[in-house]
Design a protein around this ligand. Structure first.
Ligand code: FE2
Length: 130
């Protein structure tokens, strides 16, 4: 698990948040962790699915109400943008399915999600294209 990317340790809205210790998650982290479900290996130029969910680790779900919700999530492969989904507090949830076709990868699948109160969170999943 990579190191936390807090730019300011006392400002959750500054920089990109990652769990500080993957084996000992705080409730705030369980609520915001990005779960990426995708194959570890995909065939070159063949479509595969990437399912992303924000929160839910150990049953600790992220709230979805007008005052606290996931605004959007984005999917990248390395730093190559693949897609974006937007949500409305109280009506749509921080869950998305992308259909992706890659000829190569410059890094892992990477997802960013933004909570309106707790800032930007990152999750990654290694993938090989062959
Ligand atoms: Fe939040």
């Amino acid at each position: 698990m990579p190191e936390a990317k807090y730019v300011c340790s006392d400002d959750i809205l500054c920089g990109v948040n990652l769990p500080k210790d993957a084996k000992n998650l705080a409730d705030l982290e369980k609520k915001h962790i990005l779960v990426i479900d995708a194959p570890s290996n995909a065939k070159k130029d063949e479509v595969f699915e990437v399912n992303i969910k924000v929160g839910g680790t150990d049953g600790v779900e992220h709230p979805n109400e007008a005052g606290h919700f996931i605004e959007w999530l984005e999917l990248y492969c390395g730093d190559t943008f693949l897609g974006r989904a937007g949500f409305c507090g109280g009506t749509s949830y921080g869950v998305a399915r992308f259909k992706v076709k890659l000829s190569h990868a410059h890094g892992p699948l990477k997802a960013w999600a933004r909570c309106n109160l707790h800032g930007l969170w990152e999750g990654t999943k290694e993938i090989a294209i062959s």
